[in-house]
Design a protein around this ligand. Structure first.
Ligand code: GRF
Length: 216
């Protein structure tokens, strides 16, 4: 039985689109049952609908700062659609610790840095300021602390000396579109196991090293 996934978005939804594309494969262990936006103008809503995915908007603004009230509506929507797993994909709203705990081990997020480096806003600009030579993206389970939690998968890219934040973000985004569907495949397919406080997998080890700048 495929696991039923809800993707939560606030914006353009390019990671959402990558997940929808991957889940179209017959052997993919998850189906995208619902896309939820907290903003009615999120560009991803149209993309999801064009792919035949059910969409709904729960406008967070109308709840002011009452997170619990927003989450009560969110939870009942998730229940109605019998959702097993949540993928946050550019969802720009924080949850209460209670909601996060309820979904612990069943809610994934993607962040455009190699966590635990550069959590929070503008991680690509943070990476440039720090002068790191390698950055990337991380898929992790969500815990109450923002952009933290057990890591499921990472993808690395070289940082170039002449990079702008936009150029680095574009390079990282390509990796995001590869690792988010791959990480969801491992989780939904039961290929991740919790061992010694860390999530491990029976999937193949990464074959390559990345050294930046290149050495011969
Ligand atoms: C991505 O960079 C993701 O890692 C971050 O927010 C951005 C969302 O982009 N959490 P998109 O809406 O998936 O295109």
């Amino acid at each position: 039985m495929k696991r039923r996934v809800a993707i939560l978005i606030s914006g353009r939804g390019s990671n959402m689109a990558a997940l929808i594309r991957a889940a179209a494969a017959a052997d993919y262990p998850a189906e995208i049952a619902l896309v939820i936006s907290n903003r009615p103008d999120a560009g991803g809503l149209k993309k999801a609908a064009a792919s035949g995915i059910a969409t709904t908007t729960i406008e967070s603004k109308s709840f002011n700062n009452d997170r619990s009230a927003f989450e009560a509506v969110l939870q009942s929507t998730l229940d109605q659609h019998r959702i097993d797993l949540i993928c946050l994909a550019g969802f720009m709203r924080l949850f209460t610790a209670e909601f996060v705990q309820r979904w612990y081990g069943r809610m994934l997020n993607i962040h455009p840095s190699l966590l635990p480096a550069f959590p929070g806003l503008e991680p690509q600009a943070q990476a440039l300021r720090a002068g790191v030579k390698i950055s990337g993206a991380t898929v992790h389970f969500v815990i109450p602390q923002t952009d933290a939690g057990p890591i499921l998968m990472q993808g690395a890219v070289a940082v170039h000396d002449d990079d702008t934040a936009e150029a680095l973000a574009a390079r990282i985004l390509e990796i995001e579109h590869r690792i988010y569907p791959a990480a969801l495949r491992l989780v939904a397919g039961g290929q991740m196991r919790f061992e010694g406080g860390i999530w491990k997998t029976s999937a193949d080890a990464a074959p390559a090293v990345l050294i930046s700048p290149a050495v011969s």
